[in-house]
Design a protein around this ligand. Sequence first.
Ligand code: GLP
Length: 266
Amino acid sequence: MEVAIFKDSKLASQAAANLIARTMIERSGKLVLGLATGSTPLDTYSELVRLHRNGKLSFKSVRAFNLDEYVGLSGNSPHSYKTFMQTHLFSKVDIDPRHCHIPDGKSLDPRGECLRYEESIRSAGGIDLQLLGLGQDGHLGFNEPSSSLSSRTRLKTLTESTRRTNAVHFGSHDEVPHHVLTMGLGTIMEARRCVLLAFGEKKADAVARMVEGPLGASHPASILQMHQNCTVILDETSASQLKRQDYYREVFSGKPEWQRWDLPLD
Ligand code: GLP
């Protein structure tokens, strides 16, 4: 696991966007991108939009798969993750709408929808780069604590604590759905590269348990310790509880230029 610590979330988000942009360019734009929602990736998406508007980046050949969606919300709902992605990224870049995949939270056959979702990821050739956020309780996507570490896309029940945390995006706590469709931890682990973003003091405990804690289903994000190519991008506050901070900083600052994924394109 590579841990990169930046002074603040703005710089960290820019670095994350540079990593994604460099990977897109290396692959001549033909990338299968796994995407995340939540407030954490917002600045990264803005930076990708800026690079696109400056003519540095095209999403024409990108295929995107989002991690999760609330059950019961139609794509048009202001609270759906589909609307979130449209607002913050898809409507602002040249991605083909047919290449934007998000589980259908309104499906009358959630089980079939999840199988179909797994199949579309497979037929796209698998995810090249999966962007991830981190729940305060260690969830990835919506894989709450006790999720099977080898789980696939499926219906899950949210914990009360996640519903309370996510209530800020809804009018009230009561409006937060109880159920979601989410890629499983096994699905996420098959991505060729995982890039996790976590910012702010509220994430410090979850980050420490993910990077340095024991691996286990009680802290789902700890499964990333088993991933062969996982980069964790932090700001100083979210990194504050890591015991080996000095080591991570030494490793990152000692990288030769050709290995630096964080440098701007221009
Ligand atoms: C939600 C999403 C996750 C996201 C997490 C953190 O539960 N399903 O994918 O990582 O929230 O959200 P935030 O970035 O707003 O802290």
